[in-house]
Design a binder for this molecule. Sequence first.
Ligand code: PGA
Length: 235
Amino acid sequence: MIIASNFKTNHTRQSTRIYMERVRQFAQETKSAQDILVFPPATALDTYTLPENIRVGVQNAYPVEKGSFTGEIGLEQIEEFGLRTILVGHSERRHILGESQELCAQKYDYFKAKGFEIVYCIGEPEEVRKAGIDAVLTYNLEQLEGIDLGYEKLIVAYEPVWAIGTGLSASVEQIDETLTKLRETIKAPLLYGGSVKPATTKEILEIENCDGVLVGTASWDVDNFCQMIEIADTL
Ligand code: PGA
């Protein structure tokens, strides 16, 4: 399974180093078989010596090698650290930073061409969820516009906007129904994200079409994150 942590705007370079060392040790001691992904903020990117199943990625990047894009990072800055994993289309980038579907698809194409492992995020806002499962499906499928679903290094994270950072996770039934429907279109690994906590990790990972979790808030504490890895190891 894939257990991923999105630091968002949390942690420093120093605390990320401590965090990664703890995760590395934990996974080694427990011989964890999980794919463990961690997305620190851009200022904490660094060179890490990690086994193949533990990977550090970037939360965002502009689809260029380098250039004049103030405040952004490009391929050159990522490659300095040998990183090969990226998050694209996170809801906070779409809804707070105003990233369009077109830009998400451009980023996807660019980093796909560079051979990156891409965690591509989709998810509906609350009013769409209230309108029912058909509306939910239509909305989520629209966020796949321009995305090559046949790319072998694609992972899709279904993260309902109303469940992100709210403490209000989607129910097991809602996740199950949505992932089952998305599975008809998406053959890539499917993650769920949105207020996942150690206490809810088992029931979410047990959902048939769920291949892992993408965790924000609860994962910022390394002990919580290790606990989630441990739960995945028991399944
Ligand atoms: P959350 O964030 O776990 O804090 O809800 C999930 C995410 O945004 O990936």
